[in-house]
Write a protein that binds this ligand. Structure first.
Ligand code: SAM
Length: 230
């Protein structure tokens, strides 16, 4: 995040790339497949699960915008007759040139890559990416997420992509107080999805009253977490 050594592009097992941050000694996605992991956790077990519940408009909160992969995949899988308001937190934005180089190395590129520049164009303003997809990347930290910060057009949220670095690297991102901030902004019936299935994180979600499910994780990983706000 704040490394002096530059962030590196790394090939993953499905032919897509991830990024490696030497300062954290952590990758942005699983080395077993970045694109397949994002699809499995955030689209198949997130967007596609929550669309029938949300109706003709879905409000999405993402924790950690990073490479824009989850936003690009959401665009790809969003039905034409559904509107998506996408709000993503990223206090440590990557260089645009790095993100562009990152996607050039994919064996198969995401179909909406031509919209990437528009997504990266500015922070803290609503962007009309396409008629049914509006988004804002906010430079605030999860720890600073407050109701007043989030525009009325996007809240309460139907769906949360909880894509922070692992608890071993950034424990504060998975704490009870961070989760409480997110929970307060979610509708009843909203879904939080994440690759993480760490014990303390699951106990924190239970303490906040979420109902948990643990489907199989991406690329053979034993489990991931779905947390439904009751
Ligand atoms: C695992 S990466 C995932 C990024 C992204 N979803 C992707 O597919 O590339 C975690 C992201 O969380 C961001 N992050 C770090 N600290 C944060 C904080 N305090 N609040 C919100 N996001 C943070 C990082 O900069 C990084 O982009």
């Amino acid at each position: 995040m704040s490394s002096l050594s530059p962030i590196q592009i790394k090939k993953t097992a499905d032919g897509s790339n991830t990024l490696y941050d030497p300062a954290l000694d952590e990758t942005y996605h699983s080395l077993n497949g970045a694109l397949s992991e994002s699809y499995h956790v955030y689209i198949k077990n997130g967007l596609l699960k929550q669309l029938p519940v949300a109706g003709n408009a879905i409000n999405v909160l993402e924790i950690g915008f990073g490479t824009a992969m989850n936003a690009l995949l959401s665009l790809e899988y969003l039905p034409k007759d559904v509107t998506c308001n996408y709000y993503s937190l990223e206090p440590y934005p990557l260089d645009t040139s790095l993100i562009q180089a990152y996607y050039q190395g994919f064996s198969e590129q995401p179909p909406n890559l031509s919209l990437l520049d528009k997504m990266l164009a500015s922070v803290n303003v609503w962007q009309n990416i396409q008629p049914n997809f509006q988004m804002m990347v906010s430079d605030s930290k999860l720890q600073d997420l407050e109701d007043e910060l989030v525009p009325d057009t996007v809240k309460p949220f139907d769906l949360v992509f909880y894509d922070a670095f692992a608890p071993s690297r950034q424990p504060e991102m998975w704490s009870l107080s961070s989760l409480e901030k997110v929970s307060r902004l979610m509708k009843a019936g909203a879904l939080l999805t994440t690759y993480c299935a760490q014990g303390q994180f699951k106990r924190n979600l239970k303490e906040l009253g979420f109902a948990l499910e643990h489907p199989q994780g991406a690329n053979g990983k034993r489990e991931m977490t779905l947390a439904f706000k009751l």
